[in-house]
Write a protein that binds this ligand. Structure first.
Ligand code: 3HC
Length: 310
């Protein structure tokens, strides 16, 4: 197949499947994006795992446990989708542990109060949904199909987070203040999740041509702001952006400037929790060695048995 024939398939919205011919650059950028998406899911379990033992009720603990378990599953779907492109699981995990691969900037921030469990669900999963609903129509088949299942679970994640925040806002003045303080810390990092401004994004233009992305970073960020501001207003919370205002002409909210210096520092590995996050992942990986060995030994035994029976 020629590049032109490949692009014609993309333009006709025909899904690209693992065995189809694809430009090396298409394969490479998909491995990059999908594996980093998977890393984000797995590393994203850590800030929430920090609050399992401190959940304020059995109900909240059960919900948080279910959400964290979902994230592990999302990571596995996405690692499997990336493996269809020829990248091994071991090399992806190695790239994460050595800092060669990124994970979402948002998970570099600490979770300091129970309200953060609400903000992570409401804002982080809310932002992830904006991005992931669009990815249900991405041109690479296995990625698009993984997204359909993931998005169903994300909407539960976002709703349970919003319910945590709403409960705090309807509680004592101190609880409402906890929710406001949490929003103040998570609002701007949530906007950074969508990536650099379009004009500063080295990957967006080509990703749009190949329909890996269906919307640009700024378009999805704007959608998230437009959807989230009314939710905060409904709760009586203030978005920590003095420049935020509704623009009747644009029919969108105008918002203030993101601290891009902070964003680029975080994605360069200098985020507040990056060392701890990678150390936790490396420790879990090392301690899980015996599980991988046992699973491999079992599957080898099964293979031998099947050969004997055949
Ligand atoms: N965190 C870390 N790195 C980021 C980033 C972020 N928020 N935004 C951009 N970057 C990196 C890119 O990876 C790229 O670096 P690389 O070339 O070394 O990979 C560089 O900054 C330039 O950014 P681009 O916008 O040009 O890169 P992309 O075209 O890849 O767009 C993206 C970035 C929008 C994050 C895109 O990769 C994407 O849509 N990824 C899939 C969605 C995803 O990963 N979401 C993460 C959250 S998952 C989650 O929240 C779990 C939920 O259940 C809680």
């Amino acid at each position: 197949m020629t590049q032109a024939q490949f692009q014609a398939r993309i333009d006709a919205d025909i899904k690209i499947e693992p065995k189809d011919w694809m430009p090396e650059a298409y394969r490479k950028t998909l491995i990059r994006q999908i594996s980093q998406h998977a890393h984000s899911e797995i590393v994203g379990m850590l800030p929430e795992g920090n609050w399992i033992t401190r959940a304020p009720s059995l109900r909240r603990k059960a919900i948080l446990l279910a959400k964290i378990q979902d994230e592990a599953g999302h990571g596995l779907y996405l690692y499997s989708a990336a493996e269809t492109l020829g990248k091994t699981r071991e090399s992806m995990i190695d790239d994460l542990h050595t800092g060669k691969a990124k994970y979402s900037s948002i998970f570099n921030y600490p979770t300091l109060s129970w309200a953060d469990m609400g903000s992570v669900g409401w804002l982080v999963d809310g932002a992830a949904i904006m991005n992931q609903v669009a990815l249900c129509r991405t041109s690479y088949g296995p990625y698009a199909r993984a997204m359909v299942r993931i998005c169903k679970e994300e909407s539960f994640h976002q709703r349970q987070g919003y319910e945590v925040i709403m409960t705090l806002c309807r509680g004592t003045a101190a609880q409402k203040q906890m929710a406001q303080e949490s929003l103040n810390r998570w609002w701007w990092p949530a906007l950074m999740m969508f990536g650099p401004k379009d004009e500063d994004s080295p990957n967006t233009e080509q990703a749009m041509k190949w329909r890996i992305k269906r919307f640009t970073n700024d378009e999805l960020r704007q959608r998230f702001i437009d959807a989230t501001v009314p939710q905060a207003e409904f709760l009586g919370l203030t978005i920590p952006d003095p420049d935020l205002k509704w623009n009747e002409e644009r029919q969108h909210y105008d918002s203030g400037n993101i601290n891009w210096e902070e964003f680029y520092q975080v994605i360069a590995g200098n985020g507040p929790c990056n060392t701890a996050r990678l150390a936790a992942r490396q420790k879990a990986h090392d301690e899980g060695e015996w599980v991988r060995e046992a699973a491999m030994a079992y599957s080898k035994k099964q293979e031998q048995r099947n050969k004997q029976v055949a």
